[in-house]
Design a protein around this ligand. Structure first.
Ligand code: ZN
Length: 332
Protein backbone atom coordinates (compact mmCIF):
# COMPACT_ATOMS: atom_id res chain seq x y z
CA UNK A 1 0.00 0.00 0.00
CA UNK A 2 1.37 3.40 -0.92
CA UNK A 3 2.01 6.08 1.63
CA UNK A 4 -0.83 8.20 0.26
CA UNK A 5 -3.35 5.73 1.59
CA UNK A 6 -1.97 5.84 5.10
CA UNK A 7 -2.36 9.54 5.58
CA UNK A 8 -5.71 11.32 5.40
CA UNK A 9 -5.71 14.04 2.75
CA UNK A 10 -9.02 15.75 3.56
CA UNK A 11 -10.70 16.92 6.76
CA UNK A 12 -12.76 14.28 8.54
CA UNK A 13 -16.30 14.12 7.16
CA UNK A 14 -17.82 13.98 10.64
CA UNK A 15 -17.80 15.71 14.02
CA UNK A 16 -19.14 15.06 17.50
CA UNK A 17 -22.02 16.37 19.59
CA UNK A 18 -21.10 16.36 23.29
CA UNK A 19 -23.07 13.83 25.32
CA UNK A 20 -25.60 15.43 27.67
CA UNK A 21 -26.41 14.33 31.20
CA UNK A 22 -29.61 12.23 30.91
CA UNK A 23 -32.66 13.43 32.83
CA UNK A 24 -35.40 10.96 33.58
CA UNK A 25 -39.01 11.92 34.10
CA UNK A 26 -42.32 10.19 34.71
CA UNK A 27 -43.57 8.86 31.40
CA UNK A 28 -46.93 7.78 30.12
CA UNK A 29 -47.55 5.01 27.65
CA UNK A 30 -50.05 4.79 24.85
CA UNK A 31 -52.27 2.44 26.83
CA UNK A 32 -53.78 5.25 28.88
CA UNK A 33 -56.35 7.87 28.08
CA UNK A 34 -54.86 11.27 28.63
CA UNK A 35 -56.40 14.68 28.66
CA UNK A 36 -55.09 18.18 28.32
CA UNK A 37 -51.53 18.67 27.20
CA UNK A 38 -51.01 15.30 25.52
CA UNK A 39 -51.24 14.99 21.78
CA UNK A 40 -52.03 12.07 19.48
CA UNK A 41 -52.23 12.31 15.74
CA UNK A 42 -50.39 12.06 12.47
CA UNK A 43 -47.87 14.04 10.42
CA UNK A 44 -47.98 13.83 6.64
CA UNK A 45 -44.67 14.90 5.11
CA UNK A 46 -42.45 14.66 2.09
CA UNK A 47 -38.72 14.17 1.95
CA UNK A 48 -36.76 16.16 -0.61
CA UNK A 49 -33.54 14.47 -1.70
CA UNK A 50 -30.88 17.21 -1.56
CA UNK A 51 -28.20 14.69 -2.54
CA UNK A 52 -28.62 11.15 -3.97
CA UNK A 53 -30.13 8.72 -1.45
CA UNK A 54 -28.76 5.18 -1.19
CA UNK A 55 -30.89 2.72 0.74
CA UNK A 56 -29.76 -0.70 -0.44
CA UNK A 57 -32.08 -3.66 -0.90
CA UNK A 58 -29.26 -5.91 0.25
CA UNK A 59 -29.22 -7.62 -3.13
CA UNK A 60 -28.16 -7.16 -6.71
CA UNK A 61 -30.42 -6.60 -9.70
CA UNK A 62 -29.94 -6.82 -13.42
CA UNK A 63 -29.52 -3.31 -14.75
CA UNK A 64 -32.31 -3.76 -17.27
CA UNK A 65 -34.75 -4.85 -14.54
CA UNK A 66 -34.35 -1.51 -12.75
CA UNK A 67 -34.37 0.50 -16.02
CA UNK A 68 -30.61 1.07 -16.08
CA UNK A 69 -29.60 -0.96 -19.12
CA UNK A 70 -26.13 0.60 -19.20
CA UNK A 71 -25.02 -1.55 -16.25
CA UNK A 72 -25.30 -5.35 -16.40
CA UNK A 73 -25.62 -5.72 -12.62
CA UNK A 74 -26.16 -3.14 -9.85
CA UNK A 75 -26.61 -3.07 -6.10
CA UNK A 76 -30.27 -2.12 -6.20
CA UNK A 77 -32.17 0.31 -4.02
CA UNK A 78 -34.84 -0.93 -1.62
CA UNK A 79 -38.32 -1.28 -3.12
CA UNK A 80 -41.81 -2.12 -1.95
CA UNK A 81 -44.24 -3.22 -4.70
CA UNK A 82 -41.68 -2.07 -7.23
CA UNK A 83 -41.53 1.49 -5.83
CA UNK A 84 -38.22 2.82 -4.42
CA UNK A 85 -38.87 3.16 -0.70
CA UNK A 86 -37.20 4.33 2.51
CA UNK A 87 -38.20 1.91 5.28
CA UNK A 88 -39.94 3.47 8.28
CA UNK A 89 -37.41 1.78 10.55
CA UNK A 90 -34.50 3.61 8.86
CA UNK A 91 -36.24 6.96 9.26
CA UNK A 92 -37.04 6.23 12.88
CA UNK A 93 -33.39 5.37 13.57
CA UNK A 94 -32.14 8.62 12.08
CA UNK A 95 -34.72 10.79 13.84
CA UNK A 96 -34.10 9.04 17.16
CA UNK A 97 -30.35 9.59 16.92
CA UNK A 98 -30.92 13.33 16.47
CA UNK A 99 -33.51 13.49 19.27
CA UNK A 100 -31.18 11.62 21.63
CA UNK A 101 -28.26 13.88 20.80
CA UNK A 102 -29.95 17.21 21.50
CA UNK A 103 -32.02 16.24 24.55
CA UNK A 104 -31.09 15.03 28.06
CA UNK A 105 -31.30 11.40 26.87
CA UNK A 106 -29.24 8.28 27.38
CA UNK A 107 -27.11 6.72 24.65
CA UNK A 108 -28.90 3.65 23.27
CA UNK A 109 -27.12 2.92 20.02
CA UNK A 110 -23.52 2.09 20.68
CA UNK A 111 -21.23 -0.78 19.91
CA UNK A 112 -18.71 0.80 22.23
CA UNK A 113 -17.79 0.07 25.80
CA UNK A 114 -20.48 1.87 27.81
CA UNK A 115 -18.05 2.57 30.64
CA UNK A 116 -16.21 4.93 28.32
CA UNK A 117 -19.37 6.83 27.32
CA UNK A 118 -19.82 9.87 29.61
CA UNK A 119 -22.83 10.25 31.95
CA UNK A 120 -24.36 6.81 31.34
CA UNK A 121 -26.37 5.22 34.16
CA UNK A 122 -25.43 1.84 35.61
CA UNK A 123 -27.44 -1.11 34.24
CA UNK A 124 -29.86 -1.13 37.17
CA UNK A 125 -30.59 2.59 36.69
CA UNK A 126 -31.41 2.38 32.98
CA UNK A 127 -34.62 3.85 31.61
CA UNK A 128 -37.76 2.00 32.63
CA UNK A 129 -41.30 2.18 31.23
CA UNK A 130 -42.50 4.47 34.03
CA UNK A 131 -39.36 6.57 34.39
CA UNK A 132 -37.37 7.35 31.28
CA UNK A 133 -35.32 9.96 29.47
CA UNK A 134 -37.09 11.93 26.69
CA UNK A 135 -35.86 9.72 23.80
CA UNK A 136 -36.75 6.45 25.55
CA UNK A 137 -40.16 7.90 26.43
CA UNK A 138 -40.88 8.87 22.82
CA UNK A 139 -39.19 6.08 20.84
CA UNK A 140 -39.47 3.21 23.32
CA UNK A 141 -37.06 1.08 25.28
CA UNK A 142 -37.13 -2.54 26.40
CA UNK A 143 -40.74 -3.48 27.17
CA UNK A 144 -42.08 -0.01 26.48
CA UNK A 145 -43.44 0.33 22.97
CA UNK A 146 -42.69 3.36 20.91
CA UNK A 147 -45.16 6.25 20.95
CA UNK A 148 -44.07 7.18 17.42
CA UNK A 149 -44.76 5.00 14.38
CA UNK A 150 -42.95 5.66 11.12
CA UNK A 151 -44.52 4.30 7.95
CA UNK A 152 -42.45 3.52 4.87
CA UNK A 153 -41.84 6.58 2.67
CA UNK A 154 -42.33 5.94 -1.05
CA UNK A 155 -40.86 7.73 -4.03
CA UNK A 156 -43.62 10.04 -5.29
CA UNK A 157 -41.78 12.17 -7.83
CA UNK A 158 -38.36 11.61 -9.33
CA UNK A 159 -36.35 8.60 -10.35
CA UNK A 160 -33.39 6.42 -9.56
CA UNK A 161 -29.97 6.74 -11.15
CA UNK A 162 -26.66 4.92 -11.10
CA UNK A 163 -23.97 6.24 -8.81
CA UNK A 164 -20.31 5.31 -8.43
CA UNK A 165 -19.82 5.33 -4.69
CA UNK A 166 -16.18 5.84 -3.64
CA UNK A 167 -14.64 3.01 -1.62
CA UNK A 168 -13.60 4.85 1.52
CA UNK A 169 -11.14 3.80 4.13
CA UNK A 170 -12.69 4.73 7.43
CA UNK A 171 -10.67 4.21 10.57
CA UNK A 172 -12.32 1.97 13.14
CA UNK A 173 -12.99 3.42 16.57
CA UNK A 174 -10.46 1.21 18.33
CA UNK A 175 -7.78 2.09 15.78
CA UNK A 176 -8.41 5.80 15.85
CA UNK A 177 -8.38 6.49 19.54
CA UNK A 178 -7.20 10.06 19.14
CA UNK A 179 -10.14 10.85 16.86
CA UNK A 180 -12.89 9.37 18.99
CA UNK A 181 -11.64 9.58 22.56
CA UNK A 182 -10.29 12.18 24.93
CA UNK A 183 -6.90 11.80 26.58
CA UNK A 184 -8.72 10.20 29.52
CA UNK A 185 -10.23 7.57 27.22
CA UNK A 186 -13.81 8.89 27.29
CA UNK A 187 -15.70 9.09 24.00
CA UNK A 188 -15.96 12.65 22.72
CA UNK A 189 -19.62 12.48 21.84
CA UNK A 190 -22.11 11.29 19.29
CA UNK A 191 -20.80 11.16 15.76
CA UNK A 192 -22.65 12.81 12.87
CA UNK A 193 -21.53 13.16 9.25
CA UNK A 194 -21.44 16.57 7.60
CA UNK A 195 -23.46 17.38 4.50
CA UNK A 196 -21.48 18.38 1.45
CA UNK A 197 -21.00 18.03 -2.28
CA UNK A 198 -21.22 14.32 -3.07
CA UNK A 199 -18.06 12.63 -4.28
CA UNK A 200 -18.07 9.99 -7.00
CA UNK A 201 -15.40 7.53 -8.16
CA UNK A 202 -15.87 6.30 -11.76
CA UNK A 203 -13.62 3.30 -11.00
CA UNK A 204 -16.23 1.80 -8.67
CA UNK A 205 -19.15 -0.40 -9.77
CA UNK A 206 -22.48 1.46 -9.81
CA UNK A 207 -25.16 1.36 -7.15
CA UNK A 208 -28.77 2.45 -7.67
CA UNK A 209 -29.71 5.62 -5.77
CA UNK A 210 -32.76 7.87 -5.57
CA UNK A 211 -31.77 10.93 -7.60
CA UNK A 212 -31.26 14.40 -6.16
CA UNK A 213 -34.44 16.49 -6.31
CA UNK A 214 -36.77 13.49 -5.90
CA UNK A 215 -39.73 13.66 -3.53
CA UNK A 216 -40.50 10.79 -1.18
CA UNK A 217 -43.79 10.79 0.74
CA UNK A 218 -44.54 9.31 4.13
CA UNK A 219 -46.56 9.66 7.30
CA UNK A 220 -45.77 9.14 10.93
CA UNK A 221 -48.24 8.81 13.74
CA UNK A 222 -47.75 9.62 17.40
CA UNK A 223 -49.66 8.85 20.58
CA UNK A 224 -49.75 10.54 23.94
CA UNK A 225 -46.79 12.84 23.45
CA UNK A 226 -46.53 15.88 25.68
CA UNK A 227 -46.29 19.19 23.81
CA UNK A 228 -42.57 19.36 24.60
CA UNK A 229 -41.98 15.78 23.40
CA UNK A 230 -43.74 16.62 20.14
CA UNK A 231 -41.53 19.71 19.86
CA UNK A 232 -38.43 17.55 20.30
CA UNK A 233 -39.71 15.19 17.61
CA UNK A 234 -40.33 18.16 15.27
CA UNK A 235 -36.81 19.47 15.87
CA UNK A 236 -35.33 16.00 15.25
CA UNK A 237 -37.13 15.94 11.89
CA UNK A 238 -35.50 19.26 11.03
CA UNK A 239 -38.82 21.14 11.00
CA UNK A 240 -37.34 24.30 12.52
CA UNK A 241 -35.28 24.60 9.34
CA UNK A 242 -31.87 24.50 11.00
CA UNK A 243 -30.86 20.91 10.21
CA UNK A 244 -31.09 18.51 7.28
CA UNK A 245 -31.28 14.78 8.00
CA UNK A 246 -28.76 12.28 6.73
CA UNK A 247 -29.82 8.72 5.95
CA UNK A 248 -28.66 5.53 4.27
CA UNK A 249 -25.38 4.45 2.70
CA UNK A 250 -22.52 6.63 1.52
CA UNK A 251 -22.76 9.16 4.36
CA UNK A 252 -19.01 9.95 4.33
CA UNK A 253 -19.32 10.59 0.57
CA UNK A 254 -22.10 13.08 1.32
CA UNK A 255 -25.03 11.02 0.11
CA UNK A 256 -28.31 10.80 1.99
CA UNK A 257 -29.20 14.46 2.66
CA UNK A 258 -32.96 14.71 3.18
CA UNK A 259 -35.04 17.80 3.91
CA UNK A 260 -38.30 16.99 5.68
CA UNK A 261 -41.18 19.16 4.41
CA UNK A 262 -44.32 18.98 6.54
CA UNK A 263 -47.61 18.77 4.66
CA UNK A 264 -50.20 18.58 7.41
CA UNK A 265 -50.69 17.53 10.98
CA UNK A 266 -53.90 15.85 12.13
CA UNK A 267 -54.52 16.02 15.86
CA UNK A 268 -57.05 13.75 17.53
CA UNK A 269 -59.37 15.27 20.09
CA UNK A 270 -58.24 14.38 23.64
CA UNK A 271 -61.28 12.13 24.16
CA UNK A 272 -61.00 10.35 20.81
CA UNK A 273 -60.95 6.93 22.52
CA UNK A 274 -64.53 7.47 23.63
CA UNK A 275 -65.93 8.71 20.38
CA UNK A 276 -67.37 6.59 17.62
CA UNK A 277 -65.55 8.51 14.92
CA UNK A 278 -62.45 10.41 16.01
CA UNK A 279 -62.72 14.18 16.00
CA UNK A 280 -59.71 15.43 14.10
CA UNK A 281 -58.25 18.90 13.90
CA UNK A 282 -56.15 19.55 10.79
CA UNK A 283 -53.26 22.01 10.62
CA UNK A 284 -51.93 23.14 7.25
CA UNK A 285 -50.08 26.13 5.81
CA UNK A 286 -49.67 29.03 8.25
CA UNK A 287 -51.61 27.17 10.96
CA UNK A 288 -49.15 24.30 10.68
CA UNK A 289 -46.16 26.65 10.91
CA UNK A 290 -47.66 28.17 14.07
CA UNK A 291 -48.47 24.73 15.53
CA UNK A 292 -44.90 23.49 14.96
CA UNK A 293 -43.45 26.74 16.37
CA UNK A 294 -45.54 26.45 19.52
CA UNK A 295 -44.38 22.86 20.18
CA UNK A 296 -40.73 23.80 19.53
CA UNK A 297 -41.09 26.61 22.09
CA UNK A 298 -42.48 24.16 24.64
CA UNK A 299 -39.53 21.81 24.09
CA UNK A 300 -37.09 24.69 24.59
CA UNK A 301 -38.90 25.98 27.67
CA UNK A 302 -38.93 22.51 29.27
CA UNK A 303 -35.27 21.98 28.28
CA UNK A 304 -35.98 18.96 26.11
CA UNK A 305 -33.97 20.75 23.43
CA UNK A 306 -30.59 21.62 24.95
CA UNK A 307 -28.76 24.74 23.78
CA UNK A 308 -25.19 23.39 23.71
CA UNK A 309 -26.07 20.13 21.98
CA UNK A 310 -28.50 21.61 19.45
CA UNK A 311 -26.07 24.30 18.38
CA UNK A 312 -23.26 21.70 18.04
CA UNK A 313 -25.57 19.59 15.87
CA UNK A 314 -26.57 22.56 13.72
CA UNK A 315 -22.91 23.15 12.93
CA UNK A 316 -22.68 19.60 11.55
CA UNK A 317 -26.10 19.05 9.95
CA UNK A 318 -26.67 22.64 8.79
CA UNK A 319 -27.80 23.01 5.21
CA UNK A 320 -25.02 25.49 4.35
CA UNK A 321 -22.47 22.62 4.14
CA UNK A 322 -24.30 21.22 1.10
CA UNK A 323 -22.74 23.78 -1.21
CA UNK A 324 -19.51 24.43 0.65
CA UNK A 325 -18.03 21.21 1.83
CA UNK A 326 -15.92 18.77 -0.16
CA UNK A 327 -16.40 15.10 0.60
CA UNK A 328 -13.54 12.64 0.80
CA UNK A 329 -13.03 10.36 -2.18
CA UNK A 330 -10.47 8.11 -0.48
CA UNK A 331 -8.85 7.73 2.93
CA UNK A 332 -9.98 10.13 5.62
ZN1 ZN B 1 -33.18 6.53 28.10
Amino acid sequence: MSRDYERPTVPKPYAFVPIAVPRKGETVGHEQILGEGYVSGRLVYQLRALTPIFVASGGYALGEDVRHKEAPVVRACYRVDGVPTIPGSSLKGVVRSVAEAISPSCVTVTRLDRRLVPHQPKRRDECQPEKACPACSIFGRMSRMSKVFFGDARLARGETQLYHLPALYAPRAHRARATYQTKEGQFKGRKFYYHGRPAEDPQQPPVEVIARGSLIRGTLSFENLSGAELGLLFFALGLDGSIVLKLGGGKPSCLGSLQVEPGQVEVLAPDHFMQAGPAVEIYEGDDLVAFIGEKLQQALAERLILKEQSSALRKILGRHHLDERECPAGMY
